[in-house]
Every structure is written in structure tokens, then in C-alpha cells.
Write a protein that binds this ligand. Structure first.
Ligand code: ADP
Ligand code: MG
Length: 155
């Protein structure tokens, strides 16, 4: 099932991250796709805030992966796969996929075989304004009920 959302601004993107975080547990993997400036790090910041990350979630571009302890107990591992070419290289990072919530920027197509279940989030920018079109797909047995949980609450 595919969830399609229009996210008007950065705050709404963080709020989406928080809704996503509420569903995530150790061993879960979220793959973020979209061009530079799409809002991948902004979404991850919302995930991190909801999990009670200590410190701030910034782009891990120069470190490839950063592990954040959280108040929720399960660490958030934030990966920037921009310079990686394949699942093999991602594997080389020796990430604790099972013990953490893993969010990977630029991970589309590079995670073959890494997990049985994962969430794909694709973000694209609108030409006319700041809004982003966000498409969310759950894969594998874990994510059958994703749709309803991610819709923005009615205001
Ligand atoms: P990425 O990690 O995909 O390169 P970032 O999250 O670092 O993107 O940057 C997105 C930028 O766009 C931020 O400066 C953010 O404040 C801004 N922005 C404006 N509108 C939105 C929106 N609707 N969703 C997400 N970010 C937005
Ligand atoms: Mg980023």
C-alpha cells in the first residue's frame, strides 16, 4: 500500500517524522529518497525528536553514519549513503540493524537483502512552492497497516 501526502513546510515534515517514529522499533529500517534539499534530514530530525534524541540530528554527510542515543532507549542510526554504491558497502559500515532504528538517506536501491521489512519514503519538491510530495511504501510482512497511521491528523 502506498501513502501519498503533501507536506507544506518543514514543521509538517518534522511532524511526519514524529508520526513515523511512533511506529518504529529496534530492527526497523527507513529508506529516504529524494534530491538534495528535499527534506530527508528534516524528516529524520522529526523522527529523532520524537524518540528523544540527545543532541541534534544533522546531516551525517561527512561521517556516513551517526548513532544517536535516545530517551526511548533504542538508538537512532542515521546514515548518509550518498557516496556508497551498493549494499555491500553499506554492509561494510557494520551497522547494528537489529538493535537500532536505522534511517538511511540516499539509500534507495542500495539496501537489497539488508532487511526483510522496510519503509521507503520518496520526497519530491514542488516547482511552485515549498511543499513536498511524499510517497511512503511499506515493504515486507511488518508494514501492512502503515497507511492509516501516517495520515496527518485532521485539523
Ligand atoms: P535533504 O536532507 O533531503 O538534503 P534537508 O532536510 O537537509 O534536505 O533540507 C530541506 C530544506 O528545505 C530545509 O532547509 C527545510 O527547512 C526546507 N523546507 C522547506 N519546505 C519544506 C518542506 N515542505 N519539507 C521539508 N523541508 C522543507
Ligand atoms: Mg540530508
Amino acid at each position: 500500500m502506498t501513502t501519498r501526502l503533501t507536506i507544506p513546510d518543514a514543521d509538517a515534515m518534522e511532524a511526519l517524522g514524529a508520526r513515523l517514529a511512533a511506529l518504529l522499533a529496534a530492527g526497523d529500517l527507513v529508506v529516504l529518497d529524494g534530491p538534495l534539499g528535499a527534506g530527508k534530514t528534516t524528516l529524520t530530525r522529526g523522527v529523532g525528536a520524537a524518540l528523544g534524541v540527545r543532541g541534534s540530528v544533522t546531516s551525517p554527510t561527512f561521517v556516513l553514519a551517526r548513532e544517536h542515543p535516545t530517551e526511548a532507549g533504542v538508538p537512532l542510526v542515521h546514515v548518509d549513503a550518498y557516496r556508497l554504491n551498493s549494499a555491500v558497502e553499506l554492509d561494510d559500515l557494520d551497522l547494528d540493524y537489529d538493535g537500532a532504528i536505522v534511517v538511511v538517506e540516499w539509500g534507495a536501491g542500495k539496501l537489497d537483502g539488508v532487511a526483510e521489512s522496510w519503509i521507503d519514503v520518496a520526497i519530491s519538491r514542488a516547482a511552485a512552492d515549498d511543499s513536498r510530495a511524499v510517497t511512503i511504501d511499506g515493504h515486507g510482512s511488518r508494514w501492512g497497516e502503515l497507511d492509516a497511521a501516517l495520515a496527518a491528523p485532521a485539523t
